[in-house]
Design a protein around this ligand. Sequence first.
Ligand code: SAH
Length: 218
Amino acid sequence: MTDEPETSQTRMARLILALRSQGVTDPRVLDAIERTPREIFTPDLFKERAFEDSALPIACGQTISQPFIVGLMTQALTLEPRARVLEIGTGSGYQTAILSRLSRLVYTVERYRTLMREAEERFKTLGLVNVITRFGDGGEGWAEQAPFDRIMVTAAAPEEPRTLLAQLKPNGVLVAPIGKGPVQSLRRYAGDGQGGFKVELLGDVRFVPLLDGVAREL
Ligand code: SAH
């Protein structure tokens, strides 16, 4: 036994084991998480905790999601390499980066300009060229680029997100936390090809709310 500080590799290996034991078993999802350095997305004050399986604060009173939830939601999205994906709530860009490694194109919308710009810098640093960003109200989706194969919402929608569901392909999949309170229900909507959806509940989650309009502050 030594008192050497742990390497990033050791910490990442432990995080991956923890995610697997909680049910994130898709090897492609685990590989994408392993290849995405979370410390780049974490504010300086919390970099030491980048490998912990917990949500952390970022600028503008928002949060970077917990790795387990990122894994669970990404796995539930059942991505394939040709997918065009819409993400609502860029935040730090961590979830975006994971999605970008598993799909063809990711369109991501954020209502804080500051967060959007910081995330864009990170995508550049990591060489993620298949991410297209937009400052705006994600509740409206991205009509000009619809329909999408997959949609992920990383802020809690107060009710079924009809506008977003309407921008999904007939056999598409949307994953979103739904609910008005501090605890929401994570739902997976799978299109049945005829305009209807099969809805699956994936468990309780805690997300910041999906708010109307863009933020007036930076
Ligand atoms: N996936 C992000 C989590 C960000 S938290 C990460 O891993 O870092 C949710 C984000 O959704 C916040 O940045 C918040 O500003 C954003 N958001 C909330 N309502 C929104 C809306 N209507 N349109 C776009 N973004 C929104």
